[in-house]
Ligand binder design. Structure first.
Ligand SMILES: Nc1nc2c(c(=O)[nH]1)N[C@H]1C(S)=C(S)[C@@H](COP(=O)(O)O)O[C@H]1N2
Ligand SMILES: [Mo]
Length: 411
């Protein structure tokens, strides 16, 4: 039987009946998000810096960022797993926090309907900032997940959306934390005494304790974590990455590690990569040299153990690359001991990742190679045959495949 006195409108105080709602539940989830979202923001900004966007417009996926690029710095080459760790944390943590974010929103949902919409100017401003906060959080999580799952649904603009979105969201987030911190601290010190408008005046029978509810949320997070984190590893662990679309099994053998875009997808024609047609064109202050692959192979070859680490969060463990040092190629065209920046172009004719610029510190690193072999075998077509760039600590996108042209000189 329906209780005739039951409030029908979500704006009525007794409409929301879960006894879980209240300052304690909201505060605990809020604290988790305070730590987690701060890490997401920092790793996100760092990830953008890793592209070296201030080096060249081709690296910059967010032009017109204005002063928001104030913090950019020259991306280092050490430790060689730096981008792998940064981006693995960013993506895996983001996915893991989804249940916490949803639970937090659930815990405060009555406030969305609270009437009157504004009691005072200060209250109106606060509600507008909450709109930015909730809208910003949903926007960041949704664009992030869509980019990983559907890959290229935002042609070129994902970076811009996610970057601007991050600043708007984080500004609202900081304001919110400052406003609410006193309540959170009071609640955690005296969990039994603190009450607020989230506590229902008509509690329903509890089906869950508050601690049980937290375990439930934590269990959801743990499940997402366990089915995502494998994308940052090789072997059997990778197969546990059920939720990461590129987690799966990349096959076996020396070239059996994760492929981003295949040669077919990138429109690479096998006729262009063969030994008698392909030439590497290297230009610098001393002029231009054109090298056949057998000529490249007569240069000193060096090895480096380096991972591929994509902005989408997946990475491989260290692969064993072998090829010509970038700084040796610079020396061929006039830079004997002071390698400059380099602009690298692929055979690939179109697509945002067909070209990239590397900074002088990346060129100078002895582990930075124009790789011809991986794990003791020729590069496969999908991993960039006949030659690809591999640079320590750099995001995957800077490791251009199917290289055709390299232009040395300060950018
Ligand atoms: N020419 C070209 N090179 C490219 C790309 C591309 O689309 N075209 N993708 C980049 C990206 S985003 C990544 S993560 C790595 C992936 O390298 P892999 O497919 O060998 O693992 O290649 C990079 N090199
Ligand atoms: Mo990538």
């Amino acid at each position: 039987m329906r209780d005739p006195a039951a409030p029908r409108l979500p704006s009525s105080p007794g409409f929301w009946r879960s006894p879980l709602r209240g300052p304690w539940f909201t505060s605990v989830l809020g604290l988790v998000l305070l730590v987690g979202i701060t890490v997401l923001f920092v790793t996100g900004l760092v990830s953008y810096a890793a592209y070296n966007p201030d080096l060249s417009p081709v690296n910059d996926k967010t032009p017109d960022k204005g002063i928001l690029g104030f913090y950019l710095f020259a991306w280092p080459t050490d430790p060689h797993w730096l981008y792998r760790l940064n981006q693995g944390v960013h993506v895996t943590l983001g996915i893991t926090l989804i249940p916490v974010l949803l639970a937090k929103l659930w815990s405060v949902v009555p406030r969305l309907f609270a009437l009157p919409p504004a009691r005072s100017l200060a209250h109106a401003l606060e509600r507008i900032s909450l709109l930015l906060l909730v809208g910003g959080a949903l926007f960041q999580f949704v664009t992030g997940v869509l980019n990983i799952q559907l890959d290229y649904v935002f042609p070129g603009s994902f970076y811009t959306l996610h970057f601007y979105g991050a600043w708007v969201f984080f500004a609202a987030f900081v304001a919110h934390v400052l406003l609410r911190m006193p309540t959170v601290l009071r609640t955690l010190r005296h969990p039994r005494e603190e009450r607020n408008d989230l506590v229902t005046p008509r509690p329903a029978e509890p089906t869950f304790s508050r601690r049980g509810a937290l375990w439930f949320v934590g269990g959801g997070s743990l499940l997402l974590f366990a089915t995502t984190v494998g994308q940052s590893f090789d072997g059997p662990l990778r197969r546990t990455a059920l939720l990461a679309p590129r987690g799966g099994d990349p096959g076996s053998g020396p070239n059996g590690f994760q492929i981003n875009k295949t040669a077919a997808y990138a429109g690479i024609d096998a006729a262009e990569t063969g030994g008698d047609v392909w030439r590497l064109v290297v230009t610098g202050r001393a002029g231009t040299v054109r090298l056949r692959r057998d000529e490249l192979l007569r240069l000193p070859l060096h090895s480096a153990a380096l991972p591929i680490a994509c902005v989408e969060g997946w990475s491989t463990s260290d692969q064993w690359w072998r090829g010509v040092r970038l700084r040796d190629l610079a020396a061929l065209v006039g830079y004997d001991d002071d390698p400059p920046d380099v602009f690298v172009e692929s055979l690939q004719r179109s697509g945002a990742f067909r070209e990239a610029a590397l900074r002088a510190n990346q060129v100078a690193d002895p582990r930075s190679l124009l790789a011809l072999y991986v794990n003791g075998e020729e590069l496969s077509p999908d991993h960039g045959h006949p030659a690809r760039i591999i640079v320590p600590a750099a995001p995957g996108v800077l490791n251009t495949k199917w290289v055709a042209r390299m232009t040395f000189g300060d950018l």
